[in-house]
Design a protein around this ligand. Structure first.
Ligand SMILES: NC(=O)c1ccc[n+]([C@@H]2O[C@H](COP(=O)([O-])OP(=O)(O)OC[C@H]3O[C@@H](n4cnc5c(N)ncnc54)[C@H](O)[C@@H]3O)[C@@H](O)[C@H]2O)c1
Length: 369
């Protein structure tokens, strides 16, 4: 079978890793046939492959059937639309776009179902999150009452923020931790538990770093069925933590330090609350350590799945269309902080876009005045 010819757009930290993965033949169905970057010197990172001067040149070159977009966030939309309109298969890095209105435009450009359009949500291949999603969906947990996720182990230094002029600016990146690190967590959140209906958040801008965007976030979500959630993230805390706790009718699930533990109630908690004659006792629980090991295939898994979807029609692990949900959650948390109010979902993408444009226009670091 002929390999699918793929081009990598953007040869920075992530694009170089993807290019190397492809050159090392870790994805049997894909052959890297071209690369491009805004900086010509980037070609030196992948001397074995044809370097084309621009994404447009690559898209028109006839040398690729598919592209992997690993450029700064705003250009995911423009490059993605150009590639889709040219009939190419597209794998786009997270976040699929900076804001919901852009994500809608990008998704609208995917009109041909034969074209595969996926997003690099590599953490969806992690067996721990797969197991949690399964326990929600198959009823093991029963109705979920509260989700608490603290992800403060995204520590980044000042040197990290200085490593690219697009980083941590409204104009270049469109946000901070919510747009760069947390798209993975926000995607997993809605993938495992569904999209909340209301968001209230308190973002702190430049709390730990000399940056204008958020590096610390405390979010509160409400679902239509009454479930509540907190989402706490930071790039400034060390040592940080990554702890996900789910309080559900059938017990409590905790994921921390690569250990997934379910304390299963002998009786659903509401039923026990209603029927017990005791004033203070709680239901007895049985502790079950859920057998999971390793973190899955991650980026290679998404690349393999992309190739199989093109070649054999295999369902995608992360269809790009689903990427709008994490964009919307990030936007809603920022808007809630900008305007000091709860934001109902689905949110109006145009309202957020306008708010973001205001941040860009008033930024001391912006070129757009
Ligand atoms: N999935 C993951 O685990 C993961 C991890 C890191 C980064 N990312 C994502 O990858 C993307 C890139 O991040 P990075 O850390 O590699 O950034 P980076 O700054 O290291 O690299 C970006 C590269 O894109 C090039 N570029 C900029 N605009 C371009 C354009 N219009 N056309 C062609 N090339 C252009 C730059 O010259 C640079 O080489 C971001 O969307 C980021 O969120 C994903």
């Amino acid at each position: 079978m002929n390999k699918i010819r793929i081009g990598v757009i953007g040869l920075g930290n992530m694009g170089r890793v993807h290019a190397r993965t492809l050159l090392e033949d870790k994805v049997p169905g894909l052959q890297l046939t071209a690369v491009t970057d805004a900086v010509a010197k980037a070609a030196e990172a992948v001397p074995e492959v044809t370097f084309l001067p621009t994404p447009e040149a690559m898209i028109a070159s006839g040398k690729v059937d598919a592209v992997l977009i690993a450029t700064p966030h705003f250009s995911h939309t423009t490059i993605g639309i150009a590639a889709l309109e040219a009939g190419l298969h597209v794998l786009v890095e997270k976040p699929i776009s900076v804001h919901k209105a852009d994500a809608e435009k990008l998704i609208a450009a995917h009109t041909n179902p034969k074209q595969v359009f996926a997003a690099m949500f590599n953490q969806r291949t992690d067996p721990y999150y797969i197991a949690i999603r399964e326990m929600v969906r198959d009823g093991t947990l029963g109705p979920v009452r509260r989700i608490s996720w603290t992800i403060t182990n995204w520590f980044r230094t000042a040197a990290y923020y200085a490593s690219g002029s697009w980083r941590a600016t409204w104009e270049g990146e469109g946000g901070g931790i919510l747009l760069n690190q947390c798209p993975h967590n926000l995607d997993l959140f809605s993938w495992m538990f569904g999209q909340p209906q209301r968001v209230r958040a308190f973002c702190q801008f430049g709390r730990y770093h000399d940056i204008e965007v958020e590096d610390d976030v405390t979010g509160y979500f409400e679902y239509t069925n009454g479930t509540t959630a907190t989402f706490i993230a930071s790039t400034g805390e060390a040592p940080g933590t990554n702890r996900l706790e789910v309080a559900a009718e059938n017990g409590r699930l905790i994921l921390e330090n690569d250990k997934l533990v379910f304390n299963q109630n002998e009786m659903p908690m509401s039923e026990f609350c209603r029927t017990s004659k005791e004033a203070f006792f709680m239901p007895k629980t049985v502790e079950k350590v859920i057998a999971v090991s390793g973190h899955g295939e991650q980026h290679v898994g998404i690349l393999r799945n992309f190739a199989e979807a093109i070649a054999d029609g295999k369902p995608l692990i992360a269809p790009a269309e689903e990427g709008i949900l994490s964009v919307e959650l990030a936007n809603a948390m920022l808007l809630s902080s900008f305007e000091d109010r709860p934001v109902d979902l689905p949110m109006n993408g145009a309202v957020y876009e306008q708010a973001l444009q205001g941040k860009i226009a008033s930024s001391a670091r912006s070129h757009v005045k």
